[in-house]
Design a protein around this ligand. Structure first.
Ligand code: ZN
Length: 129
């Protein structure tokens, strides 16, 4: 795979997932694509780190991979996960972790992938199929 392909394959998975739902592909395929989208947005997509810097007012702008991950600074990783999971008052989560439309979009993809995966599991249970 080329570099762009390696960095952005998740968006191809997103496109495939949308087609899969609209064309009613096998739910196992939909579930697999959903998990791929969630994993990509959470742990691989190139984003800003977004942890709060030492000064408490600015946010880290190092490169990170995945909206749940921080940069190479281990403290930043923990801080980010804590911010998201515990919604602590360490700065503003929205501004820190999702500063631009790109980060917001990737955060949305992570949630959408998760919901889609759950739906693919729940739908056959509900419909009896
Ligand atoms: Zn950082």
């Amino acid at each position: 795979m080329g570099k762009a392909m390696r960095l952005y394959w998740g968006y191809i998975a997103v496109g495939a997932l949308i087609v899969a739902w609209s064309q009613q592909w096998a739910l196992s395929v939909i579930a697999a694509l959903s998990v791929a989208v969630f994993a990509y947005a959470s742990f691989q997509v190139p984003v800003w780190c977004g942890a709060v810097n030492r000064d408490g007012r600015t946010y880290c702008r190092n490169n990170a991979y995945g909206v749940l991950m921080g940069c190479r600074n281990r403290q930043h990783r923990w801080q980010k996960i804590k911010m998201i999971v515990l919604r602590t008052k360490v700065g503003n989560v929205g501004r820190a972790v999702f500063p631009t439309a790109k980060e917001k979009f990737n955060g949305f993809l992570a949630v959408a992938g998760l919901l889609s995966a759950i739906a693919a599991v729940v739908v056959p249970v509900v419909t009896g199929g």
